[in-house]
Design a protein around this ligand. Structure first.
Ligand code: C2E
Ligand code: MG
Ligand code: MG
Ligand code: MG
Length: 292
């Protein structure tokens, strides 16, 4: 007897799904156009030695300057890029652009040691990713050790031989491998043993909660312990104030990134930072929160 009602609900749901699907299709079309029209940008966030406050590298983060909607963050378009096979060409663009920028800084004698690039799981599907990396490094004359590839744990949601081979090829090539957002996904200690990660990034969820509760502090300590066993570097994401930095240092974490030091910056602003501050601490101001 309730059929009419149910059908109505169904149609509403149905049209909502249709609307979303349509949106995704439009967005994919716009992303394709964005590649052609060169609307993507890389912003750079310093990676910092927590004890001294000096920059030891940076992470490239993609932005999309949409002609009408303005600056778009990766969360707004990377998932659609992944669903529509566009992450391949977009990922290539990121890789080559980051190498080009690094080359320019090196040519200008700005001593930045290294750059990190985020890589999506889907970029490993075709199987030729290490070859692309080799090409990007060669074209721009970059030492493989100056490049770090950040991969999230979701890479392990499907175990595959080609993934295994590519991670090992990349390791052989001499680029650094970083496990991003550690602690949020398919964390298995087995993966850490099996794959050649040089760095583990502690997800900012744990880092930001470090002042609030012992649980987060213990998790961070545990990850630091694991990293020692593996000989991997640990990087804390989302260091937003000096109080968090202080606890991280107490726990033995040496490297961090976050708004306390710098937001991700447009390439011109980042270059300025390199010129002015490459040997100076990024935070010269006393942070109020450290005294509270
Ligand atoms: P991620 O690699 O874990 O990057 C860290 C994110 O945290 C960045 O967000 C960064 O702007 C933000 N962040 C840095 N410091 C702080 C802080 O102190 N507090 C807070 N609340 N946030 C901070 P963004 O740029 O929006 O990037 C989000 C995610 O999008 C990245 O997470 C990464 O997974 C993905 N992404 C970014 N660029 C690329 C890319 O070129 N390719 C691919 N495949 N994914 C990318
Ligand atoms: Mg990252
Ligand atoms: Mg991360
Ligand atoms: Mg993250």
């Amino acid at each position: 007897e309730n059929r009419g009602h149910d059908k109505g609900v169904f149609r509403l749901y149905d049209s909502e799904m249709y609307r979303r699907a349509q949106q995704r299709i439009n967005l994919a079309r716009e992303l394709r156009q964005a590649l052609e029209d060169d609307q993507f940008e890389l912003h750079y966030q310093p990676k910092v030695d927590l004890a001294t406050g000096t920059m030891i590298g940076c992470e490239a983060l993609i932005r999309w300057m949409h002609p009408d909607r303005g600056l778009q963050m990766p969360g707004q378009f990377i998932p659609v890029a992944e669903q529509s096979q566009l992450i391949g060409p977009i990922g290539d663009w990121v890789l080559f652009q980051a190498c080009r920028d690094l080359r320019e800084w090196q040519a200008a004698n700005l001593d930045l040691v290294r750059v990190s690039v985020n890589v999506s799981v889907d970029q490993f599907r075709p199987g030729d990713f290490p070859e692309k990396v080799r090409e990007a490094l060669e074209i721009h004359g970059i030492d493989p050790a100056a490049l770090t590839l950040e991969i999230t744990e979701s890479v392990f949601s499907e175990e595959s031989e080609t993934l295994n081979r590519q991670l090992n090829d990349l390791h052989q090539l001499g680029v650094k491998l970083s496990l991003d957002d550690f602690g949020t996904g398919y964390s298995s200690l087995l993966y850490l043993q099996r794959y050649p990660f040089d760095e583990i990034k502690i997800d900012m969820g744990f880092v930001r909660g470090i002042l609030d509760n012992a649980f987060n502090r213990n998790i961070v300590s545990m990850i630091l312990g694991i990293s020692q066993v593996l000989g991997a570097d640990i990087v804390a994401e989302g260091v937003e104030n000096a109080a968090v930095r202080d606890v991280l240092l107490e726990l033995g974490c040496r490297i961090g990134q976050g708004y306390h030091y710098s937001m991700p910056l447009e390439v011109e602003d980042f270059r300025w930072l390199l010129e002015k501050h490459s040997r100076l601490p990024l935070t010269l101001h006393p942070d109020a929160t450290s005294n509270s």
